[in-house]
Design a protein around this ligand. Sequence first.
Ligand SMILES: [Zn+2]
Ligand SMILES: [Zn+2]
Length: 248
Amino acid sequence: MKVLFLGVGEAFDEALSNNAHLILSESTILLDCGYSIPPSLWQYNDNQSFLDAIYISHPHADHYFGLPALLARMWEGKREKPLTILCPQGTTEAILQVIRLGYSGILERLAFRLDIIEAEEFNSITFREFTITCAPTSHSANNFAIKLENGMNKICYSGDGMFNGQTERLYADADLVIHEAYSLDQDIPGHANIKDLIQMAQRNRVKCLAVTHLQREFRKHEIEKLKKECESAPVDIIIPEPLDEYVF
Ligand SMILES: [Zn+2]
Ligand SMILES: [Zn+2]
């Protein structure tokens, strides 16, 4: 199994695609689908049956506005394989609305079954080879972090938001936590910073922390400082570039 960091940018970064990642195992799962993600995905793999599921962490444009284009190209490509969209409890309507706004009537024309499943806090779901568990973060929209376990490895992804007690419980003993970070050490409401993340990862015995969704000015001006900080950190930290892979 491997994780491919498809996009590592935040919402308004002119240089990088939105934050989104691919879980490549027996099944292929896309974690988040912001407005700049469809071209990045098609460049990587343009087979319209490539994805088995899409996880939407929360209804912000840089995490789910890519859905209309993705589904419309699947329709054009005559996809027949069922597709699952997993999202936090209470998010189905927002997802249907954005698809309908983008391409009205597309949902009725799809030649494949589209299942939208809402995850409930700590109520695990089995999806193919994975047990999937979700927990809320602290963000300006209802955001769930996700944990995927296949009996061998535990991968977590924050979506957006500062971790809290529930998310720490979810991340405990994970092999990889992909987490958003908006600054090195400043407290920014609704987002995490690197210093707090390092302490959290150490507290929860996280094997590797991948920091993405870095605020664009922070990435531009403080990346060298961040790399130094990571080198001396007591936990294993990576700062992925687009299309980097983490292999288990
Ligand atoms: Zn975001
Ligand atoms: Zn957000």
